[in-house]
Design a protein around this ligand. Sequence first.
Ligand SMILES: [Fe+2]
Ligand SMILES: [Fe+2]
Length: 187
Amino acid sequence: MTPDQARSLMHEWVENPSLRGHMEAVAACMNHHARLHAPDEVDAWTVAGLLHDFDYERHPTEAEHPYVGVEHLRGLGVDDAILQAILGHVNTSGVARDTPMSKHLFACDELAGFIVAVARVRPNGFEDLKPKSVKKKLKDKAFAAAVSRDDVRVGMEELGVDPTEHIERCIAAIGEAADRVLPTPGA
Ligand SMILES: [Fe+2]
Ligand SMILES: [Fe+2]
């Protein structure tokens, strides 16, 4: 499956612009990290980002997400490595994050959501957004309270990355995709 095909499928299943934007943000991070760590798998990592929550609007319960989506993708013949990564982004699935793709998906998912939340309350959005500001907001428990700080921390620990560097790369990647992440209302 190509990123374009993944995006079409995601649009078919998801109406909510914020949820679409979330998957675009994660896909942008995955694309960026794949270029650095897995240049032969850029499309696969991007597809994992674009589809990791594509069943969430129709099947948001813990019993169904992401299993319904993964079964649909399996039926379409999507690579098992992508399916494993999507299963691994949900802690309760019990599926180990034992590939670089899985680890990166988990380390980008909640963080991307958080970076978008921070950008939304800044006049300049992603522009000049620094890891320091993101880290400061992470300590403010009341801000974007739905984002699991534990998942953000554990994700970076599993990758073994320097948090500042990881956050910086994610900000840059999402900022470059800003048009798809934060679409103008009515567009
Ligand atoms: Fe999810
Ligand atoms: Fe997500």
